[in-house]
Design a protein around this ligand. Sequence first.
Ligand code: UDX
Length: 441
Amino acid sequence: MNICIIGTGFVGVVSASVYASFGNTVIGLDIDPQKIEKLKHGQVPFFEPGLSDLLLEQQKSGNLHFTTDYSLAVSQAEVVFVAVGTPSTSTGEADLKYVFATADSIAPFLQENAIVVIKSTVPPGTLTQYAERVKTKTQAQFFMASVPEFLREGSAVADTLHPDRVLIGTTEPEVAEKLTLLHQPLQTQIIHTSPESAQMAKYSANAYLATRITFINQIADLCEKNGADIEEVIQAIGQDKRIGSQYWYPGLGYGGSCFPKDVKELAAYANSIGETNNVLIKINEVNEQRIEKILNQYEQKIGGWLNKKVAVLGLSFKPETNDMREAPSIKIIPYLLSKGAQVLGFDPKAEWPVNGDISFFTATPPVTTVSPDSSFTQVNTINDAVRDVDVIMCVIEWPEITSFDFSQSKSAKTQWFVDTRNQFSPKEVTAWGYNYLGIGR
Ligand code: UDX
């Protein structure tokens, strides 16, 4: 099939490369000429394992192209995917301005019977509004569908190639048939729903996972007070098949480009239709306050942050990505600096902005700026970060960090080892000579 994918972020580039690998002719479009220039030269504008190889392979095969030209991309396309960002507004609703802008841009070039598929996460009802907008600018007959994406950053290629399911939300049987054919090579179960159910399923999956994380974090906080160990509790309850043992580790709360945004958007959507007493508002609040709450608890145990030298290991929001959107580091580092600590940061891939402006990475007020001449330095090795510090704080479970031999870094003074992901054995860390602090143990 001839396919066009609008938006070359994680979802767009990964989907374009995967659809191309099935033998389709795919054109990826973005309004950002710099991004497109990079992609044309086989460069992925962000770090995502395995994506570079797949992209180059598909470009070489002649199946995958990139452009900024709507006429070129859309006029040949049987299927047009919309995979642009849907950030939240200041009041939490999904900001659909980028989605609707694509409606205006594709409309004049749509071929007869084209299928427009919304992959971006949007509230139910958006498809109807989108179609109405397109209709004002074209005489062509076209169809709409919703095919949400469930890929995770850091494993986006594998998730797209081996999804648990593909969701096709449309009311048109011919559209369902064509999109089923397109996804057949994935050899996974294909679920057919209405567009509204597909959109609700996407929001619900993310909101459920965020709720699950918040729940286990709160249980961890209870364990902290009563002598139970959250890891033992998780092991025990995970055996219940209704609960399961995956996606179940406590920490500093969820971050990234999806969960915080999607929870807020679903809560705002619920509010907008009169469902005001919904649990997601509280989930969001608890998650936003979590880092400060835990750091305050650590502060009591460590005896204050003033003049402490702290190594923050892991700046990205999770391992295998350089994405720092809503990463714990974005809150931790300004917090520690405001308390008078000296902070050294390390990450295998993520780079702290040179000008210290982190406002891009967080929607949560107060948006803080870490002045470039503050006591924060990003260093290139774990060794450089941990040398003679008072506190080692393991924030993200990058394999480089969890496999590092911290026994070699212990100095003669009292040192704290803060394990915010429960990745280390308290016994072992204590045997190395550190004072251990984890989450809920
Ligand atoms: C998520 C969904 O998993 C994916 O299906 C959707 O398409 C996009 O949003 P992603 O944001 O890439 O993917 O990361 P994920 O691995 O799900 O982690 C999200 C956040 O939750 C991270 O901050 C992670 O550290 C945190 N998390 C995850 C926990 O704190 N505990 C867990 O048990 C799991």
